[in-house]
Design a protein around this ligand. Sequence first.
Ligand SMILES: O=P(O)(O)OC[C@H]1O[C@H](O)[C@H](O)[C@@H](O)[C@@H]1O
Length: 246
Amino acid sequence: MNEVRISTPEGAEASISLFGAHLMSWQTADGKERLFLSQRSALDGSAAIRGGVPVIFPQFATRGDGLRHGFARTATWRLAEQANDWAEFALAQTDLPRNHFQSWPRAFELRLRFTLRGNALEMRYTVRNTGQQDFSWAGALHSYFAVTEFTSAKVDGMPFTGALDDIRPATPQLRLDTGAGVLLLEQQGFSEWVVWNPGAEGAAAIADMADEEYRRFVCIEPACVDKQVLAAGAEWAGLHTISLIP
Ligand SMILES: O=P(O)(O)OC[C@H]1O[C@H](O)[C@H](O)[C@@H](O)[C@@H]1O
């Protein structure tokens, strides 16, 4: 799988796969990996990557008649621009294989820009309607954060007790205590936070997740879960910043 690496002189590093513009790994300057990646994940382009940060578009989960969580996470994106500590990826209608193009025939361009700034990672997600007609879309950045033990991790001081799949109105920030540091999760432009962990039973039913792996992550996803209209020629932008609190 083709990956693009970005880094800072202080030693922070991230790698992004062209398959899905998928953030696979983010290590803070202390060398710690901050994202979860399943040991059972397909990494050959045959399925969405299980872990990291899947990019969801143009539908959330099964809220629509298209592919579950959309086609962006299994499409091959283009590297649009790159420097040492940032990279931007693009996906337009014309990049899609014919079957996806036909199932969602709208003129669009997505951009995902990943930037490392000190102990923070910033993801800027833009959706442009490049056509003559309005379209509706939903999306998310489906971040899988690594935790040392799911039931001792806390979000805004609240512990997790078991499987959950919550949709909460977006707030500007949340604090995630991972057991190996506190991450400040910030968003702008999205309308919800989705908080998900499948729990033991759920994980056992997920083919590309080992049975015990649910204990090693929590997904906290800035999302627009319901489809919203984007006018012809208009652009939507969302920002998700993750910072390690010293
Ligand atoms: O298994 P996936 O298609 O990657 O979906 C994984 C999960 O994504 C989101 O967090 C949804 O809220 C969950 O309901 C879903 O199970």
